[in-house]
Design a protein around this ligand. Structure first.
Ligand code: NI
Length: 131
C-alpha cells in the first residue's frame, strides 16, 4: 500500500487537451494514477523494438489512429476506441504507419522497453500537470 496521498482530483481529465500539450513521439506522459497504476498518453509512429514485460500485463487503448501490435506468432490491429491487453511475458512490437494517439495503463515503474532496454527507453513519471 502506497503511503503517498494524492490530492483530490478537481476536474475531468480530457485526453484531447492532454495531447495538445506535447508533440514528441514515443515519450509516454502520465495523466492520472489509480492505486499503483498509471494512465499515460503517448504518440507513436513507426516501429518500436521487440520487448516483453516479465512482471506485468500492459493495456493499450487507441484514442486516435490505428496501432498494430506485432507478436512472434501474429499481430492484432487496433482502431480508435479499441483496447488490447498484452499479457505479461509476451514479446510484442508496437507499430503505427501514421501517428497514433494511445492511452497506456500499467503499473508505476514499468519500463517501456521492458526486458530489452536500450536507447528507446523513455523516462518514467513524466507528468502532464493540470493547466
Ligand atoms: Ni510493452
Amino acid at each position: 500500500m502506497s503511503e503517498i496521498s494524492r490530492p483530490r482530483q478537481r476536474n475531468a481529465i480530457n485526453l484531447e487537451e492532454k495531447f495538445s500539450h506535447f508533440s514528441e513521439q514515443w515519450a509516454p506522459k502520465v495523466i492520472a494514477e489509480m492505486n499503483d497504476y498509471q494512465f499515460k498518453v503517448v504518440r507513436l509512429q513507426g516501429d518500436f523494438i521487440w520487448h516483453s514485460h516479465a512482471e506485468t500485463d500492459e493495456a493499450f487503448l487507441v484514442v486516435e489512429g490505428e496501432l498494430r501490435i506485432d507478436f512472434r506468432d501474429g499481430h492484432v490491429l487496433l482502431r480508435q476506441g479499441e483496447l488490447y491487453v498484452v499479457a505479461r511475458g509476451v514479446e510484442h512490437k508496437p507499430h503505427a504507419e501514421q501517428e497514433v494517439k494511445l492511452m497506456l495503463i500499467e503499473p508505476r515503474g514499468v519500463r517501456n522497453t521492458g526486458e530489452a532496454g536500450g536507447e528507446r527507453t523513455a523516462p518514467n513519471d513524466q507528468w502532464i500537470q493540470e493547466f
